[in-house]
Design a protein around this ligand. Sequence first.
Ligand code: NDP
Length: 328
Amino acid sequence: MAPIPKTMKGVTIEKTGGVEVLQYKTDLPMPTVKEGQVLVKNELSGINYIDTYFRTGLYPAPSFPYILGRDASGVVQQVGTGETYSLKEGDKVVYMAQSTYAEYTAAPALHVKKLPSDINAETAIAAMLQGLTAITLIREAHPVKSGDWVLVHAAAGGVGLLLVQMLKDIGAKVIATCSKGKIDLVKKYNPELIIDYGNEDFKAKVLEITKGEGVAAVFDGVGKTTFDGSLDCVARKGSMVSFGNASGAVEPFKIARLSAKNAKLLRPTLFGYMATREEFEKYTTELFDFIKKGMEVKVHETYPLKDVAKAHEELEGRKSSGKLLLKI
Ligand code: NDP
């Protein structure tokens, strides 16, 4: 193992704002490994929509300066004390942790997975956080059954493309929404219906195809602009799963609205379903099984770390489909 340097490159924010607050630096202090952590030298870091929430201040950063990023792939350099789940120096891994837009990350071993020999690192990292999100949405938030009608917003996105494929695999009937320019891409995965929600009334179309009944579950990561219409699409005893805010935070609403359909409202976060190693193992194993069965993991583009601002602009500007990655 090469000696660990004292400083590293990475991208920090010192205040919240637009992409101009993203600062590429080459002299950041090396993270120190605490109990239950491993130090990973990153090769690819994932970009997730949540990174933009921390950058803009929609979600508060724990402190400043703050290194963004939530998932990455790389090689273990050091193993800390305590429970580290048999991870060893030199292991190639994929993982979830804070502060992955950097050359090195001290990651909680709880969320670090040794890369299986039959899955390449790029596919694994491109599927990691967004794929685990998709799995826990359909297994935990609303356990979807074969034959269920389901509505997936932003179906061409990182979470969306994986969610559509998993739902089709379990036999759900999928209604997908996306921007007009992404329809052909989503078509590849054979949803029952694709709606251009920028120009068409998605609620009317959902109620038409489900003969007025609505869908067993809505998976809505768009938030502010779709929440109201989504709630009206839920069938009797169905679930409204609001899991993100790409268009802005959902406005407060009157819970009495749920009584019209005896609907359930959920606002889950992935980490709430990944609190134990058992949960993490169960769902990473299932994610890798989906990949081995042929689930396509689309990478939109891999950007050099110093071009992170361009990547954020494309993600927020709705120019991307699938996963955006950073080459460290
Ligand atoms: P995506 O790749 O899905 O990008 C977001 C997509 O949202 C865009 O491509 C765009 O697709 C759509 N969108 C609709 N309205 C807007 C708008 N006003 N501005 C920007 N985009 C818009 O991102 P991710 O896959 O990383 O995340 C998807 C959602 O899932 C996010 O809300 C994210 O926060 C959430 N999430 C939540 C998790 C949790 O634990 N709760 C974990 C992971 C993700 P189009 O052009 O087709 O409209």
